[in-house]
Design a protein around this ligand. Structure first.
Ligand code: SIN
Length: 289
């Protein structure tokens, strides 16, 4: 697809099934209606936008995120940025033995907040500190996963829904990380499981996408456990095929904005002793249909 050449900024699609880089745009300044419309369209077309060289404050990130909808607050409140509760700190850094942010976010493939009745439209992640080695984020195009899904899997999921639970992998993550405290009753009540269609329709483009993930999807409704497990394993493997993926190698001051209705993502990890910190905002979407 040809790059959109604008007098103010460029949108350069990647030679991949998703993703585009935006250069020459300063997100510290509110976008005009016309520029916002171009960015909105690019987000729908490419699903992952990489804004290069953004020197923005958390408040400016919040303001830009809010142009797309209300923001969602993560259940692990201790990892909010104190002055800006809409910002979730993603970080492996510890100070005085205490983690500054959620260090194992994205350890499994997922779509943000799919465990909620109203999951996320999209998320923005702004690089603060990056490790020398690794730390990449991978994105998998779930429209392609649906479009190319083999017939036998399409028939198996036809009209079916699945349960998503925040707690699905919580105990497993808790065993190996310092980032997963025991949840209070109020926190558990905040993340009660939700049931969503396995194939969802994008509310703005009408395109269909697979909507299950190894992190949060626990079972296919109406199937015996073993059948449900086998079907989900097949879907997880298919939906993250290498030819659906864009692997983002972070550069200083990148801000990445992805569409949780179209893609899943995964944090590849980095050596523990290399500091990594990013700020995430999460925009509310719609109840999947
Ligand atoms: C996330 O899942 O939001 C975090 C992704 C990352 O740290 O690369």
């Amino acid at each position: 697809m040809a790059a959109v050449l604008d007098t103010r900024f460029d949108i350069q699609p990647f030679d991949l099934p998703l993703g585009a880089a935006i250069t020459g745009l300063d997100l510290s300044v509110p976008l005009s209606r016309e520029d916002f419309a171009l960015i909105h369209r690019a987000h729908l077309d490419h699903h992952v936008l990489v804004f290069r060289d953004q020197h923005i404050t958390p408040a400016q990130q919040v303001a830009f995120s809010r142009r797309f909808g209300p923001l969602q607050i993560h259940v692990l409140r201790q990892f909010q940025l104190p002055a800006q509760p809409e910002v979730l700190i993603i970080s492996n850094i510890k100070e005085n033995g205490q983690p500054l942010g959620l260090g194992d976010a994205g350890h499994f493939w997922h779509s943000d907040l799919s465990y909620k009745a109203v999951p996320s439209l999209g998320s923005m992640l702004h690089a603060q500190e990056l490790p020398r080695d690794g730390g990449d984020t991978l994105f998998a195009n779930q429209h392609l996963a649906w479009d190319r899904l083999p017939g036998y899997l399409r028939r198996a999921i036809d009209g079916r829904s699945a349960e998503h639970s925040y707690l699905a992998k919580y105990a497993e993550l808790q065993k190996r990380s310092p980032w997963r405290p025991d949840l209070t009753r109020a926190q558990i009540d905040e993340v009660l499981p939700a049931v969503h269609p396995i194939v969802r329709t994008h509310p703005e483009t009408g395109r269909r996408a697979l909507f299950v993930s190894e992190h949060f999807t626990t079972r296919v409704i109406g199937l015996p456990d073993s059948e449900s497990r086998a079907l989900l394993d097949d879907l997880f493997a298919y939906s993250t095929r290498h030819d659906f993926i864009y692997r983002h190698q972070w550069q200083a001051h990148d801000m990445v904005f992805w569409d949780n209705r179209s893609v899943m993502h995964l944090a590849a990890g980095c050596p523990d002793h290399q500091r990594r910190m990013l700020y995430r905002t999460t925009i509310e979407g719609n109840a999947p249909f």
